[in-house]
Design a protein around this ligand. Structure first.
Ligand SMILES: C[S@@+](CC[C@H](N)C(=O)[O-])C[C@H]1O[C@@H](n2cnc3c(N)ncnc32)[C@H](O)[C@@H]1O
Ligand code: SF4
Ligand code: SF4
Length: 461
């Protein structure tokens, strides 16, 4: 992410939508979560929106402050109008990214990418070799995706255009032995980043759990392996979508590395939503049918943006009530070891659905395992009072938290102290420059506004 984008993120109130823009796909990956939504009787009733309906939905989203969309599916490039959609969204000021299996790109489509103003392409790779990747994604897929990634990298260099390209493999039993090789491959393919993610027990993953599912401890083993690779000074940018802030701190201390501890966790309905191919709007991918409140099932209505309008769904009593329930939980008292953890709420807001179910205290097994490992290694985790934060983490927190954002602009040092955060001098200098830039632009805007006001006043006489 470049400096200007960070500025834009910090200035605006973000509303981020994940949008399955089509239910159609040319592949049938073993782990795919989408079969849960788009197959069977319920799936048959979901139809893709027409181009016109997508445009109408985009108008509505932009009007309601949505400024970031990540398109997924199905396979987004199954829609011949995909880049037309992205281009239209960009004219409305919406920054778009696409998650793709990477098999349907042609030279012509690659050319059009740059005209569409797509900001980021996430290519799916689930193995570092054809044997492993294709066991999950299907025969011949690995070679096609790698060729297309290289073609996009060549094109962006030739055109000198900024287009971020990354990959986000899902680590499973099938590919865990190639986790490190995936990082080498990302480097060889010229990708800007690799985000290693974990399997969600949905759709194909649920059906093939025996063949795919890792235990939490095995997932943490993979995280440790990657931390060791980072400790060697390996240059490729790697993000660990495995583990929690506590786990990242553990890896940093154990391997003497500096992975960013970024604020994260649930943001559904506050600044994030999930849209299905027929335009139905939901809080997140886990909340599309019902949720359990105090052991009672509560249905979630299927309401479509082009029919009902974004505002009437997002601000419906049902969704406002649900959001309040999700964010008014005393996370400390119902989660362990979060009750002793400095990251809770301000840096880590674990999925609130188990707490709504009211099944008693929730144990965060992966953090419990991290604490067990830390104890064995003689590493102290729960005692530190100050969280080391880099520039990106502070920006993320500012996006998430209005009060923090306001305080930060007024007094950087005091705000960091109040939030138990510390920044190294270089990172802090970057932050100070950003704050100054914001004020400078704000003053320019005010001047410009004042001038327009004066200019447009009718002469009195
Ligand atoms: C559902 S796919 C849709 C976009 C596109 N077809 C693709 O494969 O990238 C979006 C991303 O979700 C990932 N994914 C699918 N099923 C998953 C699951 N059960 N758990 C975690 N990630 C999953 C895919 O690997 C892919 O990176
Ligand atoms: S993961 Fe993507 S490419 Fe694979 S079946 Fe699902 S939607 Fe299709
Ligand atoms: S212990 Fe709880 S609050 Fe702390 S990092 Fe783990 S899940 Fe987050």
């Amino acid at each position: 992410m470049n400096f200007n984008n960070q500025y834009a993120l910090l200035r605006n109130q973000i509303k981020f939508m994940q949008w399955d823009i089509t239910k159609r796909c040319n592949l049938r990956c073993k782990h795919c979560r989408s079969t849960d939504y788009y197959e069977g009787k319920q799936g048959e009733q979901i139809q893709d929106l027409s181009t016109e309906e997508v445009f109408q939905t985009l108008d509505d989203l932009a009007k309601n402050g949505v400024n970031r969309i990540h398109f997924l599916g199905g396979e987004p490039f199954m829609r011949p109008d995909l880049l037309k959609i992205v281009k239209y969204a960009s004219t409305l000021g919406i920054v778009c990214s696409i998650n793709t299996n990477g098999t349907l790109l042609t030279d012509e489509i690659i050319d059009q990418l740059f005209d569409s103003h797509v900001y980021l392409l996430t290519f799916s790779l689930d193995g570092a070799t054809p044997e492993t990747n294709d066991r999950i994604r299907g025969e011949g897929v690995f070679d096609k995706v790698c060729a297309n990634i290289r073609a996009v990298d060549r094109a962006r260099k030739a055109k000198k255009r900024y287009l971020r390209i990354i990959t986000s493999p899902v680590i499973t039993k099938v590919n865990r032995h190639e986790a490190k090789e995936l990082c080498y491959l990302a480097q060889d393919l010229g990708l800007d980043s690799i985000i290693l993610t974990t399997l969600r027990r949905k759709g194909g993953a649920k059906e093939n759990l025996q063949d795919l599912g890792l235990t939490l401890s095995e997932e943490l083993d993979v995280a440790e392996e990657i931390a060791q690779l980072i400790a060697t000074g390996f240059k490729q940018h790697i993000q660990l979508g495995i583990g929690s802030p506590l786990n990242t701190e553990y890896l940093n201390k154990k391997y003497h590395i500096n992975l960013p501890i970024s604020p994260g966790g649930c943001n559904s309905l506050k600044m994030k939503g999930f849209i299905q191919p027929d335009g139905a709007l939901f809080p997140c991918q886990e909340l599309t049918h019902y949720y359990i409140l105090n052991q009672k099932k509560k249905d979630i209505a299927r309401s479509s943006i082009p029919k009902q309008g974004f505002d009437s769904i997002w601000n419906s009593q049902n969704y406002v009530d649900l959001m309040q329930k999700m964010f008014n939980i005393d996370m400390k008292s119902c989660n362990t070891p979060c009750d002793r953890c400095k990251y809770i709420v301000s840096y880590c807001y674990p999925c609130p659905l188990p707490a709504l179910r009211n099944n008693g205290t929730i144990h965060h097994e992966s953090c419990m395992e991290t604490l067990r490992r830390a104890k064995q290694d003689g590493i102290e985790l729960l005692k530190d009072e100050v969280i080391p934060a880099d520039f990106y983490a502070v920006v993320q927190k500012a996006i998430d938290d209005f009060q923090f954002r306001t305080d930060l602009l007024l007094d950087l040092d005091q705000t960091l102290r109040k939030n138990n955060m510390c920044m190294n001098p270089k990172e802090k200098e970057k932050m100070e420059t950003l704050i100054q830039t914001i004020f400078k632009r704000l003053h320019e805007k005010i001047d410009q506004f004042a001038r327009t006001e004066v200019d447009t006043h009718e002469p009195i006489s």
